[in-house]
Design a protein around this ligand. Structure first.
Ligand SMILES: Nc1ncnc2c1ncn2[C@@H]1O[C@H](COP(=O)(O)OP(=O)(O)OP(=O)(O)O)[C@@H](O)[C@H]1O
Length: 268
């Protein structure tokens, strides 16, 4: 009798490749010879003590900063030299460490602003408010409402974004990023400033985002969240990658423990 073994679905396709990346600011080496990859559908966290080079890596991947050396590629396409909007059009959408919502606009309008980029009405059609524009506007509003429901902000749609609690504003930023239909979402310290309940809800949201087959690259200091949501953790210290592996392995890695303890309890 032949036994048919089912092979686990471990052969994921690599989408993001960072190869021998170096970033220098004058004489300061922020990143040196860093190589890592992210597979389709993975949640990968980039962690490390303050000043390790995490945000610098994010800035290079998203086109806000030029690499001194090395290659960044997404789905086989070289990203070096592309502008941030070209990289966003390729499906890599990022959030920033500081909140960047439009406080004087309503929550739903913040999403609509992002969605409008995807509309195809001409400026004249828009100014004349043609039936096509009205139909498109209605469809965009429905899409925006759906995204807000997904992140748990549906009940705040018509409030001013500036009136939201800090943790909710961070959620709104993620919603704005989702409106751009990312295939890779780059989140820079999304849980920073969230209270424990908000952080727990956010952790669940990350799980939901993963189930939507959106690949996530996360920079985050909240270790409970990192260890809870990540398929893999890449650790930077002084601009060098010192570990890359599943959370359980990273938690026990002596070099990682040393790097964090060396920087004091704030980052442990
Ligand atoms: N524009 C810049 N000009 C000069 N030095 C910079 C610049 N941006 C970052 N650096 C330096 O590069 C190094 C890496 O900084 P980076 O912000 O990437 O670290 P990080 O790991 O994101 O830190 P944190 O956790 O505090 O956000 C630091 O020494 C920082 O001071």
């Amino acid at each position: 009798m032949t036994l048919h073994m089912t092979t686990p679905a471990t052969t994921r396709q690599t989408v993001l490749t960072v190869d021998n990346l170096a970033v220098h600011f004058g004489g300061l080496v922020a990143i040196s010879d860093a190589s890592f990859k992210v597979d389709e559908g993975e949640v990968v966290s980039l962690i490390g003590p303050n000043g390790a080079g995490k945000t610098t890596a994010f800035n290079v991947i998203s086109g806000f900063l030029a690499a001194t050396k090395g290659v960044v590629a997404y789905k086989g396409r070289r990203l070096n030299g592309l502008k941030p909007h070209q990289i966003a059009d390729a499906g890599l959408v990022r959030t920033f460490q500081k909140t960047s919502v439009f406080g004087n606009d309503t929550v739903i309008d913040n999403i609509m602003i992002g969605l409008h980029r995807r509309g195809d009405a001409s400026i004249w059609q828009t100014l004349l408010l043609t039936p096509k524009v009205r139909r498109q506007e209605q469809a965009l509003r429905e899409a925006a409402a759906e995204i807000l429901d997904f992140v748990g902000l549906g009940h705040r749609s018509n409030e001013l974004a500036g009136a939201l609690a800090y943790g909710e504003q961070r959620l709104l930023e993620v919603a704005v990023a989702l409106a751009a239909k990312p295939s890779l979402l780059l989140l820079d310290e999304p849980a920073c400033g969230m209270n424990p309940t908000e952080a727990l809800n956010f952790r669940n949201l990350l799980g939901e985002i993963g189930r939507k087959k959106i690949t996530v690259l996360l920079v985050e200091h909240n270790m409970r969240m990192v260890m809870g949501v990540s398929d893999r953790v890449v650790v930077l210290n002084h601009g060098r990658i010192i570990a890359d592996g599943p959370p359980t392995e990273i938690q026990q890695n002596p070099e990682v423990i040393r790097a964090y303890l060396g920087h004091g309890p704030k980052h442990a």
